[in-house]
Design a protein. Structure first.
Length: 311
């Protein structure tokens, strides 16, 4: 089967088909997310996903790559990330060896040496260049993860990539993607991203899921968890997010907590289980201490009362 047939089959042709694609790979999406993903694929625009850590932004890119049968190329951002780490760099060690070999053989032509050592043979391709060189008909998913960890200079560099689907290497010239990669940009909003970059993308805020959807996620990702336990822990986490914490637990922590309690053979929440496993759910000692000083018991009592009233 050729590449064009694969793409025609794989790309969703509606919002519902997009939601089904995500669901088929184990991602429970609401309709607003399915809509923006469908439009981004249809319009060949980058997707800018913003939200708290742990709400599933990175997972969206992974699911898209798997569901569309495309390579996933991930650029994990960090403070000080520069073009050589994101785009390309030259293999200086191999270039020096080549120069020494040419000198030893008596070849002293500078022009010839320059054209050979600055060639594809000595080019180390980093994630963005790899994405630009994707196969026609099977463009990769390029995940630019946690962009807010970088600086404005790196954002400026990305503008050419996002606007024109091309990159420039001074020694080789401009390299244009034969087909635009599917670009997914995530940020935890630790700083604002410049409007010039956002304008080139379709935007979506990935929020904490409502209780029913989070319960569906837990049942999918922690299938061995007791049904009553799953209801109680989701209700507990939902109420916990309403309190004044330094860092509220994300969906990833909810899933981890469900799996941890299952390993402890828990069939329902009780104060001891909650106190002993708060380190799975919360990642800051001040938050854990606050819960251990009676707050967790109060929340647990409210959760059990509300669930009894619903039954």
């Amino acid at each position: 089967m050729d590449g064009s047939t694969d793409v025609t089959r794989a790309l969703p042709d509606s919002i519902d088909a997009t939601a089904e694609l995500l669901g088929g790979e184990g991602y429970v999406a609401d309709r607003s997310l399915a809509t923006v993903l469908f439009l981004a694929l249809k319009m060949k625009r980058p997707i800018f996903l913003e939200g708290e850590a742990g709400v599933g932004k990175t997972e969206i890119a992974k699911v898209l790559a798997k569901g569309l049968d495309r390579p996933l190329i991930r650029l994990q951002c960090y403070e000080g990330l520069d073009v050589s780490s994101a785009l390309y760099e030259w293999n200086y060690a191999a270039q020096m060896i080549e120069i020494r070999l040419r000198e030893a053989s008596g070849d002293t032509s500078r022009e010839s040496a320059r054209s050979e050592i600055f060639s594809n043979e000595f080019l180390i391709r980093r994630p963005i260049l790899q994405a630009m060189e994707g196969e026609p008909g099977r463009a990769p998913v390029l995940l630019i993860d946690e962009l807010d960890r970088t600086d404005e200079a790196f954002e400026a560099f990305l503008l050419e990539v996002l606007a024109d689907n091309q990159v420039t290497i001074p020694e080789l010239g401009t390299i244009r993607a034969p087909e635009p990669p599917i670009v997914v940009i995530t940020t935890n909003r630790t700083r604002e991203i410049h409007d010039a970059l956002k304008r080139r993308c379709l935007y979506h805020w990935v929020d904490y899921p409502e209780a029913d959807r989070e319960l569906e996620i837990v049942r999918l990702k922690a299938p061995n968890a007791n049904a009553d336990l799953a209801k109680e822990l989701v209700a507990f986490v939902q109420r916990l997010r309403e309190t004044d914490l330094f860092k509220a637990p994300g969906v990833a922590e909810t899933i981890d907590w469900a799996n941890a309690l299952t390993e402890l053979n828990a069939v329902a929440l009780d104060p001891r289980y909650v106190s002993d496993t708060l380190g799975v759910l919360l990642k800051y000692q001040d938050d854990i201490q606050r819960l251990q000083q009676g707050e967790s018991t109060r929340i647990l009592d409210e959760v059990k009362r509300d669930l009894r009233n619903q039954s």
